[in-house]
Each structure stands twice: as structure tokens, then as C-alpha cells.
Design a protein around this ligand. Structure first.
Ligand code: ZN
Length: 521
């Protein structure tokens, strides 16, 4: 029997600017899911990429006075560099403008939709937001302005290819209501159902090549048109698996996978939960099993926009404060529903309180006490010591509780389950006062000595459990804890700090908060 296959993707961001902390949220969430499933024996592929073929990239490059190729390559590199900066276990990165797997896959996808009778040419006039790369109906534009960008859309009249989305309303609705396509949280699922119930209209899937500046993939058999960037970008989830190049990976990770999980921000929900599943149905492919939607982060109370400045650059934050602090803030403070506000002060306060003072201090004390009272030799496991029932329960339940929370994509609840071990262990230490037991033992009290063995053994067990359970969330810290808990020649190493305190640290460069609004994607 082979292990279940789980395919986990993040959205492929436009590369019209450098990454911001909002991107880090999605990457870290995906990484936690990937690491957790791997830890439990699943086979996992964590797929990421960059959306190079956007008209936005063309415009941003022109504004910067650079060639589109150089501009796109440089920003794409900054996204790829987030992998090591945030300790992400990304298995593969696809870049839509230069990856040999992409174009043949998009072309095959297009032909499959055409063969299903779902593509046709039509003259169209509408209001187009370049920031969104999307047409809007007047009803969707409060005061005539884009809801994402606050800018006035352009009136565009052109002949384009259209996709028959109108055909798929009933099948999409059925897939979502019968659980074939799960959308979390429930509020987002309801939003999608309401959109479907409002009636689906066919949407334009190509642009005149001239307006796209020649950037993009030509429509097969109609080189005067390029494929709409959203059609092109959504295909990445299967082109990265070799959908167009006959790769086995496609069968393994898409057609035959147990789970196909997309993570995305609320601003691109409609594309992923309506357009993309309809495209898959049209071309005869299975739907994703899970669509997980996160809300947006603000920075210092203001909307983050990568097109308006380098807001809270995650790689710079990780370099300055450590990967653990960045990951912990994203996982511990960002709620499952609702926006969260990032500030460096909140991140460092959280890290100092829970990581340095809570976790780090615990491991340090336990290793130091075993060194001092037992010459670094871990006492043999005894029964749960008196007063240790809560700690034993926290240790015993953490993994299962975290698993149940992650099945609901609730990262705060999952980290809370693991955090409970450190919390209970610190409480246990303060209650049983091992130093008093050690003093009594030195005074000849054999019972106190035996109790101390039980206490140290339970505390050591908690540290080992933390090393294992933290791995999906804080892989670097988990490795340091495990190292502290690994005896050499029967003795534990000398205690070393697991975390440094960040309170006194200051960024060498200030983290800028951007002006104005943006996509937040
Ligand atoms: Zn817009």
C-alpha cells in the first residue's frame, strides 16, 4: 500500500514588486501543512511559483525603465529566496514565463476546453482594472472605482475569446455542497455559493496580443490573441506536474492524488473557487479537494501593497529577528477569519514572551537541572510523578489536538495545542520545585531523590515531545531543542540558549509601511 499523496499549492504571485509579509503568511501556512502531513507518513508535494505573464508586470517594468525579462527575473528571484529565509520545504517552483513545462500545458488545457465546445470569439466592451487584470460590471464598482485598488477602470472594447462559464453553475454548486470541493472557512464557501446563485456569465479568456505588449502565451491557432493571464496562471497547478509534457507527476499528484489543496487570499477566491474548477470540469480533470482562504494582513494598521513599497519584507525580518519569530507570529496571531495587523513590536513581544521566556527558558532549565542534579544523565522513566497529570495530558494530547486543528486549517489552535506543553511544564516546575527536592536529597532524603527522578524524567519527556511536535511550525527551533535532548555517550550536552531575546534588537533598516492601497495578493 502506498502512502496517501497530498498536493499542496500556494498562489503564484505577480512579480511586479518584491514580496511582503502577506506572502509569507500563505507560504508558512502551506509549509506547516506540508511538514505535518510528511511527519505523519504522507507523501507530499509543496508547489509554489511566480506569475510572470501579467500585464501588470509589463507596466511595472516600463515604469522602472527596465526590460520586462530582467525586471520579472529579479523580482521572481526575491520570491524564490523566501524559501530558505523562512525554512520552507518547497518541493518545486514553476515560473510561468520561462518554465518549459508551462506553455505546452496551457496550450493543451486550452485545446481541451475548445474541444469541449467551451471557447468562442465575441466582441466585448467592458470596464477593465489592470491592477486586478479583470473586467468588472458597473454594479461591482462602488462610486465607479475598483474595490481592490480604488482606481477608475479603463473602458476597453475588443474582440476576445470567451469561456462558457455559464454552463457550469449547477455542477459547481453540487461539487461544493456535497463536499467534493471543500472551501474553508465556511464564510468563504457561502460567498462562492452566493456568487454562483447570482448566475454565472461567460468570461473573456484572451486579450489582443498588441495590448499585452506581446508578453504572454499566444492562443493556439490565433496568434493575434494571447491567453488571459488568469487562465494562464491558474493552469500552473497542473502544468507544474507536467500536464502538457506527459510527466508521471501529473497522475501521481493531480489525477491520482488523495488531496489537492490550494491556499489563497480572499481577493482571488472567485478565480480559484469558480473559474478554475469550471476550467477543470471543461477539460475533463478532477477538481481540487480543498480551497483554503486566508484574509489579509495590514502593517501598522495600513493595507499592505507590494506595488507601493517594500512593506515588512519577510526575508529582511527573518534575517534580523530569526525565522522562528516570523513564523511564530504568523501562526500564533493571525486568526482563521478576519484581518491581522503586523508590527515588528508585536512580533518581537510574542517571540520574547512565548519563545525566549516560555519555551527556551523551559528547555534551558530542564537541561541545566539534569546536568546539575544527575550529571547530564536522564533518569529512567518512572510513573507520572505526583502533580504531573496536567503535563502528561498536554504531552499526550498535543499531537492529536494539533492534527485536528490543522484538519480545519486552524493554525492558531494547532500552535496552542503544542504551546500547552511548555505552559504546563513551566507550571509543573514552579509547583514541584525540583531544587527543593534536590536539597532534600542532598540531606539524605531518599524519597525526595526518587521524586526528583520522576520529575526530571517527566520534564525531559516534555522537551522531547516539544522537539517533535514543533517541527511543522518552528523547524529550526525544533531541531535545536532535539539537539539539546540528544545524549552523547549517555550524557546530555551543556545547556545552550534555544532562542535569543529580541526586545533589544532594532532593525538596521526601518521596516517601511507603504502608502496607498494595492491588491494585497
Ligand atoms: Zn483593481
Amino acid at each position: 500500500m502506498t502512502a496517501p499523496h497530498t498536493y499542496i499549492t500556494t498562489t503564484i504571485p505577480y512579480v511586479n514588486a518584491r514580496p511582503h509579509i502577506g506572502h509569507a503568511l500563505e507560504f508558512v501556512q502551506a509549509d506547516v501543512l506540508a511538514r505535518f502531513r510528511r511527519q505523519r507518513g504522507d507523501r507530499v508535494r509543496f508547489q509554489a511559483g511566480t506569475d510572470d505573464n501579467s500585464l501588470k508586470n509589463v507596466l511595472a517594468a516600463q515604469e522602472a525603465g527596465e526590460s520586462v525579462r530582467e525586471f520579472v527575473d529579479r523580482n521572481a528571484e526575491a520570491f524564490v529566496a523566501l524559501g530558505p529565509a523562512l525554512s520552507l520545504t518547497v518541493d518545486d517552483v514553476i515560473r510561468t514565463s520561462r518554465d518549459a513545462r508551462h506553455r505546452p500545458g496551457v496550450e493543451r488545457f486550452w485545446r481541451a476546453c475548445a474541444a469541449a465546445g467551451d471557447l468562442y470569439r465575441k466582441r466585448y466592451e467592458g470596464l477593465y482594472c489592470t491592477g486586478c487584470e479583470q473586467f468588472y460590471s458597473p454594479a461591482e464598482l462602488p462610486a465607479g472605482r475598483c474595490p481592490e485598488h480604488g482606481t477608475e477602470p479603463q473602458r476597453v472594447a475588443e474582440e476576445n475569446w470567451f469561456f462558457r462559464l455559464s454552463r457550469y453553475g449547477d455542477r459547481l454548486r453540487a461539487a461544493i455542497t456535497d463536499g467534493e470541493l471543500r472551501i474553508e472557512p465556511a464564510g468563504r464557501r457561502n460567498e462562492v455559493l452566493a456568487f454562483i446563485d447570482g448566475g454565472l456569465e461567460d468570461f473573456s479568456v484572451s486579450r489582443p496580443a498588441a495590448r499585452a505588449g506581446g508578453w504572454g502565451i499566444p492562443v493556439p491557432g490565433d496568434p493575434g490573441q494571447v491567453i488571459y493571464v488568469w487562465f494562464d496562471a491558474l493552469c500552473n497547478y497542473v502544468t507544474a506536474l507536467g500536464y502538457g509534457t506527459g510527466d508521471d507527476a501529473y497522475q501521481q499528484w493531480w489525477a491520482g492524488a488523495g488531496r489537492r489543496v490550494h491556499l489563497l487570499g480572499k481577493g482571488v477566491l472567485r478565480f480559484h473557487a469558480v473559474y478554475w474548477p469550471a476550467m477543470l470540469l471543461s477539460s475533463g480533470q478532477p477538481l481540487p479537494t480543498d480551497i483554503v482562504v486566508h484574509d489579509y494582513l495590514t502593517a501598522g494598521g495600513r493595507k499592505i501593497s507590494k506595488s507601493s513599497g517594500s512593506a515588512a519584507d519577510p526575508a529582511a525580518l527573518a534575517a534580523e529577528y530569526g525565522t522562528d519569530a516570523v513564523r511564530w507570529w504568523l501562526l500564533r496571531e493571525v486568526p482563521r477569519v478576519g484581518d491581522a495587523d503586523f508590527t515588528v513590536e508585536r512580533m518581537t513581544a510574542r517571540a520574547d514572551d512565548e519563545l525566549a521566556n516560555g519555551l527556551g527558558n523551559l528547555v534551558n532549565r530542564v537541561i541545566a537541572m539534569i546536568g546539575q542534579y544527575r550529571d547530564g544523565r536522564v533518569p529512567g522513566a518512572a510513573a507520572v510523578p505526583a502533580g504531573g497529570a496536567d503535563l502528561a495530558a498536554a504531552c499526550g494530547q498535543a499531537s492529536e489536538r494539533a492534527g485536528a486543528a490543522l484538519a480545519e486549517f486552524d493554525f492558531r489552535e494547532a500552535t496552542a495545542a503544542v504551546w500547552a506543553i511548555a505552559d504546563e511544564a513551566n507550571r509543573f516546575i514552579n509547583r514541584v520545585r525540583p531544587w527543593d527536592l534536590a536539597r532534600a536529597e542532598r540531606g539524605g532524603d531518599i524519597t525526595a531523590g526518587r521524586r526528583l527522578d520522576g520529575v526530571l524524567s517527566a520534564l525531559f519527556g516534555a522537551c522531547v515531545e516539544l522537539g517533535a511536535d514543533l517541527e511543522p511550525f518552528l523547524p529550526d527551533a525544533a531541531a535545536r531543542i532535539t539537539r539539546q535532548c540528544t545524549p552523547r555517550d549517555g550524557r546530555l550536552p551543556d545547556p545552550a540558549p534555544v532562542f535569543r531575546r529580541l526586545g533589544a534588537t532594532r532593525l538596521s533598516r526601518p521596516v517601511r509601511v507603504p502608502e496607498g492601497s494595492g491588491t494585497g495578493e
